[in-house]
Design a protein around this ligand. Structure first.
Ligand SMILES: Cc1ncc(COP(=O)(O)O)c(C=O)c1O
Length: 309
């Protein structure tokens, strides 16, 4: 990708991307002690407007998670939202984009810890299409790697170092010809994908693991649960057994990266009828319209970058 017209929020201001650099001695680079976010902006051809989806919720989570790692950033959530919009305007985005805020321990010292270290943050954006380009259904592998445990590295905080766990699972799945991994929590219950939450449908009921089953508390997950409630689709948050994959009617992954991707097979076996199910398709279509500002009820979640109302 060319760096022409590319910028980052770095050191408190927007700078050309080449200037957004950290030292190899940076504590986060050595120990994984950082927090990141993933946010999407969707281009609406109809309105000639770029909408950032649930920007404020992402920045609130970013600051909350950063505090967990004792990174106290000198910005409010609103300031980070403003900087993000400014960045997208500077880059003149008129296509779907992915925004990556990262908070990190910026001190250049050796010694693993959280205390007595400086913190900093950066935000950059890249053009982004589908993360898992499988509209007709992804095939997952139940990973041999267990999801990081809450008493080891809490999955809910989006900690940089914790994504080694996701990377191990994703690459194992890829190596064996699958599209993504499905991870079990340390007690064997179903947790989530390598970078997305997991939902299944049994007899018309949407089921997803609770936030206490070693998952990232996904913003898309919350959006889908809200959509299900509005659409009159019953939904429960409860632990899911691995064997329920064999009796589920439908399943899907959801997350900022993947949007909504139907899951049609696990471990080489078809899931349900082996094709995207009716509830998955309905919620997936609604979600994809909502993020582009096309659905009234969810318009409040869409922040315009260039200023349309
Ligand atoms: C491990 C993991 N689970 C779930 C999600 C989905 O979270 P969100 O909907 O907040 O993007 C992500 C990020 O996209 C993730 O990395």
């Amino acid at each position: 990708m060319s760096n022409k017209n590319r910028f980052a929020f770095f050191g408190g201001k927007i700078v050309p991307i080449e200037e957004a650099k950290v030292s190899v001695m940076t504590a986060s680079f050595n120990y994984g002690t950082g927090i990141f976010e993933g946010i999407r902006a969707f281009w609406s051809e109809k309105e000639k407007e770029l909408f950032v989806f649930r920007l404020k919720e992402h920045m609130d989570r970013f600051l909350r998670n950063s505090r967990f790692l004792q990174i106290h950033l000198p910005y409010s959530s609103d300031e980070l939202c403003d900087r993000t919009l400014e960045l997208l305007r500077r880059e003149e985005y008129k296509r779907d984009a992915y925004i990556r805020p990262v908070a990190y321990k910026s001190s250049t010292v050796i010694g693993v810890r959280l205390h007595d270290l400086e913190g900093a943050c950066t935000i950059f954006a890249i053009p982004f299409g589908e993360y898992i380009d499988k509209p007709d259904g992804a095939r997952l592998k139940v990973s041999s790697w267990r999801r990081v445990d809450d008493n080891a590295i809490p999955a809910r905080f989006k900690i940089v170092g914790a994504y080694v766990n996701s990377a191990l699972a994703k690459s194992e799945a890829h190596r064996e010809g699958y599209d993504d991994a499905l991870m079990l929590a340390s007690d064997g219950s179903l947790s989530e994908g390598s970078a997305a939450n997991f939902m299944l449908v049994r007899e018309g009921v949407l089921i997803t693991p609770p936030v206490t089953d070693s998952i990232l508390e996904g913003i898309t997950r919350r959006t889908i649960l809200e959509m299900a409630a509005r659409e009159g689709i019953p939904a429960v948050e409860r632990s899911v057994d691995r064997s329920e994959l064999c009796v589920a009617d439908e399943a899907f992954l959801c997350g900022t990266g993947v949007n909504v991707v139907p899951v049609t097979g696990v471990d080489g076996y078809p899931l349900g009828e082996g094709k995207p199910g009716a509830i998955t398709t309905r919620l997936g279509k609604l979600y994809r319209r909502a993020v582009r500002g096309e659905v009234g009820e969810y318009r409040r979640y869409c922040t315009p970058v260039y200023g349309s109302a």
